[in-house]
Design a protein around this ligand. Structure first.
Ligand SMILES: *Cc1c(COP(=O)(O)O)cnc(C)c1O
Length: 496
């Protein structure tokens, strides 16, 4: 299977798409054609997570043998998660379950893809006989950065730079990145938000610097969800969720289930959409936003408009106005790269584009949107804790609040089981969680964690606890204008 750009007819192999990250025309790579449904629950139910991952990915990465993929997924998911289930699905009531995606090395759902992606990238490099050094450029709204750093740390032939919004992440997220180990890593804070960092990096991918670096033997790639190496492994866990619900009897063999996805860059929910296309019986797909509700507005009006106030919230990984992967969805909805190019040019120039009513209706047939503000989010954390003895992180709580609201207004079908995608461990966000539970926050976030632990009895994951006494290595903060220069310096360092 080949991959094509959303903005032109540029077509590449899967390996090339993995290595390049972004198409030369600035578009995103998508499978030229999505595979026809191929999932048979009776066969798949007995598989482990890594077996299922190899099986599903084989339909998208057809140039890689199933045997090779099995080795890659084995290496990715062995010893990197604190449960052999990888994504445990906890059914809390007849109506809903939580799919816990925070059992990996960095306690966020990004680990699911970023445990595998480095293995895919190294494999593609070998296969293409690419003797170049790879420099992974990553913008993060909080969680991708750390997960990418852990995935690529000390991988030979690969270097990684991460840019995070210096005022936009939780203290734990900041510690995770500033205290990162490894010889091939560099982390920089930026004065700006995620959109600034992501846009600056996308520009680098179509700049002279990219060509100059390539001449010197350094290939830029991306660990953001613009890379298919991020997107495809995420499809797997939706199939896994389905099989888990069947195994536990939470749904019957002919039943479908809804998903609610806390959304930022639109990668996670796009993976759900693809999972549905290949045969996962997903009913309603609900895209949940926080106060940065560009997507919720789009689903209602057909207008994608980023000319608005940007909110720093307590669900920082969703503080995004330009959701990159939406471009892929738009491509599938319109079936036309000309249309996508026109919309993306308008977005860049005017900060807004609008789709015709007919198209908006088509989109609404695929997904519904909703949003929740911070007060509602905190109330959701305390309500669910009271009622189900279950502690959610702020992102998951936004998703739950949106679900609860839509359910009350009758927009979510009551008889269909719903899965809330739980994207982060609550202890990554001690400030919001302690406030929601009515526990005093301490100056030291680790003290706050200890207070929450005392109250709830939930142990502190070692991935987070061990950070407290580690030394900070990366404390520099730069202006977004200087991103290019900082990359130039790292390129020079690599080729020295
Ligand atoms: C990245 C992230 C999101 C948003 O996911 P997208 O794929 O960018 O839409 C939501 N919650 C958490 C905790 C995240 O880390």
């Amino acid at each position: 299977m080949n991959y094509r750009s959303t903005r032109s007819n540029e077509t590449v192999t899967a390996e090339e798409a993995l290595l390049k990250g972004l198409a030369a025309d600035g578009g995103l790579y998508v499978p030229e054609q999505l595979p026809d449904p191929f999932l048979d629950a009776d066969v798949l139910k007995a598989m482990s997570y890594e077996e299922l991952a190899a099986f599903v990915l084989h339909h998208f990465l057809t140039d890689i043998t199933l045997k090779d993929l099995s080795k890659l997924t084995h290496d990715a998911y062995t010893g990197t998660f604190d449960t052999s289930e990888i994504v445990p699905v906890k059914t809390l009531s007849e109506s809903f379950s939580m799919a816990e995606m925070f059992h990996g090395r960095t306690c966020a759902f990004k680990d699911l893809a970023l445990s595998l992606f480095p293995h895919l990238l190294v494999y593609a490099k070998k296969k293409l006989g690419d003797g170049k050094e790879t420099l992974i450029l990553t913008a993060t709204s909080g969680d991708t950065g750390k997960a990418a750093l852990e995935g690529f740390k000390d991988v030979p032939g690969v270097h990684i730079m991460v840019f995070y919004p210096s005022h936009g992440v939780s203290p734990l997220q900041k510690d995770q990145m500033q205290k990162q180990l490894g010889e091939n890593v560099k982390v920089l804070g930026i004065e700006g938000n995620f959109d600034d960092a992501q846009s600056a990096l996308k520009n680098i991918f179509v700049s002279d610097l990219r060509d100059e670096a390539l001449e010197k033997g350094v290939l830029f790639s991306s660990a953001n969800s613009i890379n298919i190496g991020r997107l495809l492994p995420q499809v797997v866990y939706y199939v896994w969720i389905w099989l888990s619900l069947l195994r536990s009897g939470s749904i019957g063999s002919r039943e479908s289930f809804n998903v609610v996805v806390p959304t930022g860059n639109f990668g996670n929910i796009l993976a759900a959409w693809i999972a549905k296309k290949i045969g996962t019986p997903i009913g309603q797909m609900i895209c949940a936003s926080n106060e940065n509700k560009v997507l919720a507005d789009f689903f209602e009006t057909g207008e994608y408009n980023i000319n608005r106030e940007f909110h720093l919230t307590e669900s920082p990984s969703m503080d995004i106005l330009i959701s990159s992967n939406f471009e892929r969805f738009l491509y599938y909805m319109t079936g036309s790269s000309d249309e996508v190019l026109k919309d993306m040019t308008e977005l860049r120039e005017n900060g807004v584009y609008r789709v015709p009513e007919e198209e908006r209706k088509k989109v609404s047939g695929e997904m519904i949107g909703g949003w929740a503000d911070s007060d509602t989010m905190r109330k959701a954390i305390s309500d669910v804790y009271e009622k189900y003895d279950y502690l959610m992180d702020p992102h998951t709580a936004v998703a739950y609040a949106v679900y609860d609201n839509l359910r009350r207004s009758g927009k979510v079908t009551r008889h269909t089981h719903t899965v809330i995608i739980s994207t982060a461990h609550p202890y990554k966000f001690p400030g919001a969680v302690s406030e929601a539970l009515g526990i005093a926050a301490e100056e030291n976030p680790y003290d706050t964690l200890r207070s929450i632990k005392k109250y709830t009895g939930i142990p502190i994951p070692s991935q987070l606890g061990e950070l407290e006494n580690r030394k900070k290595r990366f404390t520099d903060v730069i202006n977004p204008e200087n991103i290019k220069e900082s990359i130039q310096e790292v390129v020079d360092e690599i080729v020295k």
